[in-house]
Design a protein around this ligand. Structure first.
Ligand code: KIV
Ligand code: NA
Length: 275
């Protein structure tokens, strides 16, 4: 089980036990994710989660390289997938290849993820044929928030067939898996049924081949962001708030530090001497 998971392993997991995916952006979090998950995703959500950005649009290649390296260091078994940031792949297959190769070469990750369905098929095929395994991402694609007009569910009623077509097209182009974000559960089930590559859902219901969440969301690091599709498995934000409040109170009262946390001015005499 020490062998790292690779894209063909993920592809072969279709219709097996659900695959478990979380984001990670740092080495310590990657170690925790690696112990329990199949894939550690270095999402461009890092811009919003760790850098206070209002959307993912300002995330750069440099940020993805830095966080990607950090996560690769923390993973022994889980496969690391790195998001291609906005503006790094949409222009042409050549541009996408140059930047995907840089992400892989400078981090050691074996795969990238990019947003877009039918219109990215040519790029997905170009990358896949040249040694860059691609995870596709369809449904809600946050880098297109300005054309979509918000972070709404994608694929209801008249939109459903377009999302199904995106799924079929990215599979045909060679993607080894596809993320379905904020897609109605019935449609996600139909897509999962139709494809031979695994679907990994976020806000896409239980019938996907795997699930992904932003790790800080499921750990409850934030108190002000509670989307319907996130289940909180902990309340670390509240715990951190209480710990920081206790530290502040103890520093102000002089209760911390005590002798226990301080260094004496003289060393104790040696206990015995054999000389
Ligand atoms: O950036 C990200 O975290 C993602 C996942 C939510 C799929 O793309
Ligand atoms: Na992303």
């Amino acid at each position: 089980t020490a062998r790292p998971v690779l894209p063909p392993d993920i592809r072969a997991r279709k219709r097996q036990a659900p695959m478990v995916v979380l984001t990670a952006y740092t080495t310590p979090m990657a170690r925790l994710v690696d112990a329990h998950c199949d894939i550690a995703l270095v999402g461009d959500s890092v811009g919003m989660v760790l850098h206070g950005m209002a959307s993912t649009l300002g995330v750069t290649m440099e940020m993805m390289v830095l966080h990607g390296r950090s996560v690769v260091k923390g993973c022994q078994r889980a496969m690391v997938v790195i998001d291609m940031p906005f503006g790094s792949y949409e222009e042409s297959p050549q541009q996408a290849y140059r930047n995907a190769a840089r992400l892989m070469a400078e981090t050691g990750a074996p795969a990238v993820k990019l947003e877009g369905g039918a219109h990215m098929a040519e790029t997905i095929a170009f990358l896949t044929k040249r040694g860059v395994p691609v995870m596709a991402h369809i449904g809600l694609t946050p880098q297109s928030v300005n054309t979509l007009g918000g972070y709404k569910v994608v694929g209801r009623e008249g939109e459903a067939e377009a999302v199904m077509e995106d799924a079929r097209t990215v599979e045909a182009a060679g993607a080894f898996a596809v993320v379905l974000e904020k897609v109605p559960m019935g449609l996600a089930a139909r897509i999962t049924q139709s494809l031979t590559i695994p679907t990994i859902g976020i806000g896409a219901g239980v019938h996907c081949d795997g699930q992904v969440l932003v790790v800080d969301d499921m750990l409850g690091m934030f108190t002000d962001f509670r989307p319907k599709f996130v289940k909180r498995f902990a309340a670390l934000g509240q715990e951190a708030d209480e710990a920081i409040a206790a530290y502040a109170a103890e520093v102000r009262s002089g209760a911390f530090p005590t002798e226990e946390h301080s260094f004496p001015d003289t060393l104790a005499a040696p206990k015995s001497s054999t000389a």
